[in-house]
Design a protein around this ligand. Structure first.
Ligand SMILES: Cc1ncc(COP(=O)(O)O)c(C=O)c1O
Length: 406
């Protein structure tokens, strides 16, 4: 794999154009976009822009074609059974809200239980809080082992006959752990619960096979996998989607509309009301080509090498605490804190040296409370990062202590 060649695909690395050399270690928030994605989206707006499904003219037909062909590409990317199981949304957040609103509010009753983990991003947490309150259901959490890894013994104990929904991240955006969603799904199914997988931090890093996982629903966002902002995916098993009520109502999701009532289109169209982000779909299509060309296994190997290297280089810095379950399968994020320096100070000092890391609670406040810190710093890696960048980051992180006079 030629990383230099891959880096040439990313305009953000052109310091003359950006005004500054940037070492971007914030891909878990959003990845940078390769030229192929940027150009594909621009070309769509230049030469193929129209509202899909609605017109019988040439450009509308072209927009419809790319919209539906991409659905098939995504089906293939995650190994779903049929393209109708792929729903376009704005992002993973919208996908998960759709489930909380449509599936959960239809199917839960008082006393039922929703099981999530303390690792969850707010997108896979806050919607469940609301639906649990509304339905009188109980929201339960699985916590972690001493080494910050998910406690599977606890998970097994907490799945009971009352459990109706198990919604767990496939990869934590804080600890980086890639969970065993296949095992979790099996445990959920044994008690008749459905399994929802938040694959937001997985889709750009590791192959997803929904048939193998056997999950009922799975959500992810395009912008974390080299695609534009504003396009997301919800996968659902067709047998469940068929019986799911739509979340958004309006144009393009109906079968017949009468004065007082309407009937709805079949999935996936039923869940895609209103004018969709076709430009985003085109970008997502190019992003999947980009990933496939490199090979997702190669991407995983490269990123895993970087994250492990970074861990080794920083783990002995004075007063550092790294929230990294090193014995588990991990993705490409590394979160850490110093007991004597605020994460925002760390991020600002690194930024002065051209290193972009994130500081804060990373939309995982309950996790931070559980870990006993209000915020952490997070370095996250992607295919365009190099070992030299990791070394520079580690050197400058050590330097932060000196800058702070420690
Ligand atoms: C694990 C996880 N789930 C869900 C989300 C929500 O993604 P989005 O903001 O694209 O909807 C994120 C975003 O950081 C995430 O890391």
């Amino acid at each position: 794999m030629n990383i230099e060649k891959i880096r040439n695909e990313f305009p953000f690395l052109d310091a003359e154009k950006t005004g500054k050399k940037v070492i971007y270690l914030d891909s878990a928030a959003t990845s940078q976009k390769p030229l192929s994605v940027i150009n594909a989206q621009a070309d769509y707006y230049k030469y193929s822009n129209a509202n899909p499904h609605r017109g019988s003219h040439y450009l509308s037909w072209k927009a419809t074609e790319v919209y539906e062909k991409t659905r098939e590409k995504i089906r293939n990317f995650i190994n779903a059974n049929r393209p109708e199981e792929i729903i376009y949304t704005r992002n993973a957040t919208e996908s998960l809200n759709l489930l909380a609103y449509s599936y959960a509010s239809e199917n839960l009753k008082e006393g039922d239980e929703i099981l999530i983990s303390i690792l969850e991003h707010h997108a896979n947490l806050v919607p469940w809080q609301r639906v649990a309150k509304e339905k009188g259901a109980v929201l339960k959490y699985v916590y972690l082992n001493e080494d910050f890894s998910l406690d599977y013994n606890q998970l097994r104990d907490k799945i009971t006959n009352k459990t109706k929904i198990v919604a767990i991240t496939a990869s934590s955006n804080v600890t980086g752990e890639m969970t065993d969603v296949k095992k979790i799904t099996k445990l959920a199914h044994e008690v008749g619960a459905i399994s929802i997988v938040d694959a937001c931090q997985l889709a750009a890093h590791k192959a997803i096979d929904v048939k193998d996982i056997d999950c009922d629903f799975l959500a992810f966002s395009g912008h974390k996998m080299y695609a534009p902002l504003g396009i997301g995916i919800l996968f659902g098993k067709y047998s469940l989607l068929e019986n799911l009520k739509p979340y958004n109502l309006g144009g393009d999701m109906i079968e017949y509309v009468y004065e007082q009532e309407s009937t709805f289109a079949k999935p996936a169209q039923r869940f895609e009301a209103g004018t969709q982000d076709v430009g985003g779909v085109v970008g997502l299509s190019a992003a999947i080509d980009f990933i496939n060309e490199i090979g997702i296994d190669n991407i995983y190997e490269h990123e895993n090498e970087l994250v492990r290297y970074a861990y080794d280089l920083i783990k002995d810095i004075d007063n550092i605490k790294i929230f990294f379950p090193e014995k588990r399968n991990t993705g490409s994020v590394l979160s850490f804190a110093f007991c004597d320096i605020h994460p925002h100070d760390i991020a600002s000092i690194l930024d002065m040296n051209g290193i972009a890391v994130r500081s804060g609670h990373h939309c995982a406040m309950p996790l931070h409370t559980y870990l006993g810190v209000s915020s952490t710093c997070r370095a996250s890696f992607a295919i365009y990062n190099t070992k030299e960048e990791v070394e520079y980051f580690a050197k400058e992180l050590k330097n932060v202590r000196k800058v702070m006079g420690l």
